[in-house]
Design a protein around this ligand. Structure first.
Ligand code: TMP
Length: 217
């Protein structure tokens, strides 16, 4: 029987270069022989991708913050049960572009939802599942918003105000401080080369940890 894989999440505000870093990390790990499943939230399953579309679409009515929260956790329940848990149980590593830290940052930090509500849903939907490691790409809000604008049409979240994204950033930094053991924070405002060097160091750290706790590659 293979050892359970690592669950690694990548977090950050808009336009911090999350996708580029995710693919770089995936390539590093794959090159070292790790069986990696890369996924994202909201999304990762057919149902989850449909919910993502519902969440991101710009619409003519205001969206209630709790309705938004429940949609996010509905997609997450499907993601965990159909994809994340089976992959981890089969010894694969799961690399997810966002997970519940995004809910603490966006829904609690950004929208002002009580942490208590998110904690209850986290227990209900995730049981004991938590990421083993979380990489936070942190950059000043203005840098990220500018990059998001350059990408083209803005989705429902990207249209939020600078103040909203300041609260999201602070929400992430708070999570990183409270759970420093699993968090690694990278300053995403640095040149790409420097960010890539840090990602390489991170993948080395993961592999070293795996060698002591897992089967050893
Ligand atoms: P993405 O642009 O990184 O793919 O993420 C889609 C949007 O979903 C992003 O603006 C953040 C938002 N989001 C939340 O508000 N809460 C969550 O829990 C997750 C996973 C994403």
């Amino acid at each position: 029987m293979s050892a359970r894989g690592f669950f690694i999440t990548m977090e950050g505000g808009e336009g911090v270069g999350k996708s580029t870093s995710l693919f770089y990390l995936e390539a590093l790990l794959t090159a070292r022989g790790v069986d990696v499943v890369t996924t994202r939230e909201p999304g990762g399953t057919r149902l989850g991708e449909e919910v993502r579309e519902l969440l991101l679409r710009v619409r003519g009515e205001p969206v209630d913050a709790v309705a938004e929260l429940l949609l996010i956790f509905a997609a997450r329940a499907q993601h965990i049960n159909a994809l994340i848990e089976p992959a981890l149980a089969a010894g694969k590593w799961v690399l997810s572009d966002r997970f519940t830290d995004a809910t603490y940052a966006y829904q609690c930090g950004g929208r002002g939802v009580d942490r208590d509500k998110v904690e209850q849903l986290e227990r209900l939907v995730q049981g004991t599942l938590r990421p083993d490691f979380t990489l936070l790409l942190d950059a000043p809000v203005e840098v990220g918003m500018q990059r998001a604008r350059e990408r083209g049409a803005l989705d429902r979240f990207e249209r939020e105000t600078r103040l909203f994204f300041e609260r999201v950033r602070q929400g992430y930094l708070r999570q990183a401080q409270d759970q420093a053991g699993r968090y690694r924070v990278i300053d995403a405002g640095q040149p790409l080369e420097t960010v890539q060097k840090m990602l390489t160091a991170f993948s080395d750290e993961l592999l070293a940890r795996w060698a002591t706790t897992g089967t050893g590659l």
